[in-house]
Design a protein around this ligand. Structure first.
Ligand code: NDP
Length: 434
């Protein structure tokens, strides 16, 4: 706090982890002696840079770029890039810190990093997006490498942006270094199932949580916040497993569609037309677009916050509980406030924290790196089966860790933090004071 007094979301992320580590520190005093916690909260390296670019009117624009290389104890720095006007150093540090534990939980040999810019892609032309991405990577490229630091997508960064960045990187280094960026198109060294992986993975995790109570997704009413990459594929997989997703949102409102969201129409509106969610309601008689209240006011059995941090606050948690919600899986990073998480836990609602529940995206990025290293391309069936198996392993590991350290296997929050922490801490101990 002394070093970064204004970074409230970073402090929130650190507090959540530290609050759960007491039992592990009591059992392992060697972590305290080696000052693992002090080292863990300080990134190995932080890069901030100017991103100048020219808009379609010929006017020079300037944004700020970030890459926080948090921890490389388990592998190259790995984590996405976020382009959104709310991005600042504190946001990137919170996301990078979360990434440490998430990446460790995947068991895939990846360190942790995160980056992005305060650039707002909304309303920008394709040519503007390309010029921005080229300028961004022209500076950042010197810090990247398939064995050093490997970015991917996040809010505002999808396959289009990653393509422009990969193309510029290749041009600068004069090498087709496929493993330097993940989330690439399947036709140019990307992996099957990467686009779907975070959303699908969150649903696999939710399914496994429900199974511990003898329940399934069949016939459940589900609500998803957001309508971007994670939300779309969470909706797709939830419906494939028998749930009816009746609502999803964007930053202006939400759609309510009691008939169940038409996933083909949603993809057409969001991925092809890049239009607002209100267009979905215009094209679908059973749907309406609601601009007052929250998507979490809609009564449901399961809810997946898949938009952004701190979007689900205490009053939303209270409303969900009143309406009988049984399980929450965080598709986004830290979408629930600490107060909301406490309410869910007190009410006995199954709660899957993002560190575990949304780890499928970065796990599949690691699969993409493996394919790139082998110059191989696995089938969709193979990548999806591996994703499903990794999510099962994460779920079971988190539960077993929670049971061992807290006596409560349902304490997924503690299990995820402790499970990730032990893997990173042991590697840091083994590698000395670096
Ligand atoms: P997208 O940019 O594809 O979609 C983001 C969605 O969230 C949009 O519907 C957007 O609405 C909404 N949103 C963004 N910011 C806000 C805000 N401040 N208030 C309300 N709504 C907002 O991003 P992703 O789907 O990739 O990412 C969503 C979340 O998942 C993030 O927390 C991200 O860190 C996390 N995540 C993503 C992974 C991935 O593989 N992509 C991996 C793991 C986690 P609008 O269009 O109106 O802005």
């Amino acid at each position: 706090r002394r070093r970064s007094p204004s970074e409230s979301v970073f402090h929130q992320a650190v507090d959540e982890v530290l609050a759960n580590l007491a039992p592990v520190l009591a059992r392992h005093p060697e972590y305290i002696e080696a000052r693992i916690l002090d080292r863990l909260v300080e990134p190995e390296r932080q890069i901030m840079f100017r991103v100048p670019w020219v808009d379609d009117a010929g006017i020079v624009q300037v944004n700020r770029g970030y890459r926080v290389e948090f921890n490389s104890a388990l592998g190259p720095f790995k984590g996405g890039l976020r382009f959104h006007p709310t991005v600042d150093l504190g946001v990137i540090r919170f996301l990078g810190f979360e990434q440490i534990f998430k990446n460790a939980l995947t068991g895939q040999g990846i360190g942790a990093g995160k980056g992005g810019s305060d650039f707002n892609p909304a309303g920008r032309s394709d040519a503007e997006i390309m010029r921005f991405c080229q300028s961004f990577i022209t500076e950042l490229h010197r810090h990247l490498g398939e064995h050093t630091d490997v970015p991917a997508g996040d809010i505002g960064v999808g396959v289009r942006e990653l393509g422009y960045m990969f193309g510029q990187y290749k041009r600068i280094v004069n090498r087709f270094e496929a493993g330097v960026i993940t989330g690439k198109g399947v036709g140019w060294a990307g992996s099957h199932t990467r686009t779907e992986a975070t959303g699908y993975g969150a649903i696999y995790f939710l399914r496994d949580m429900l199974a511990t109570r003898g329940c399934s997704l069949e016939g459940r009413r589900a609500v998803v916040s957001g309508s971007g990459n994670v939300a779309i594929y969470a909706i797709e997989k939830a419906q494939a497993l028998g749930a009816t997703v009746i609502a999803c949102s964007d930053s202006s409102g939400y759609i309510l569609d009691e008939a169940g969201i038409d996933i083909a129409l949603l993809k057409q509106v969001k991925e092809v037309q890049r239009a607002r969610l209100s267009e979905y309601a215009s094209a679908r008689p059973s749907a309406r677009y609601v601009t007052d209240g929250s998507v979490f006011d809609v009564p449901c059995d399961v809810a997946l916050p898949c938009a952004t941090q701190n979007e689900l606050e205490e009053q939303h948690a209270a409303e969900l509980i009143r309406n009988g919600v049984q399980a929450i899986a965080e598709g986004a990073n830290m979408p629930c406030t600490a107060g909301a998480v406490a309410l869910f836990r007190d009410a006995g609602v199954l709660f899957g924290p993002g560190k575990a529940a949304n780890a499928g995206g970065v796990a599949t990025s690691a699969l993409e790196m493996q394919q790139n290293a082998a110059r191989a391309s696995w089938s969709r069936e193979e990548t999806e089966a591996r994703l499903e198996s990794i999510m099962r392993q994460i779920h079971d590991h988190v539960r077993a860790t929670a049971a061992s350290y807290t006596g409560d296997p349902d304490n997924y929050v503690a299990g995820a933090s402790i499970g990730g922490f032990i893997r990173v801490a042991d590697a840091m101990l083994a590698q000395g004071i670096v």
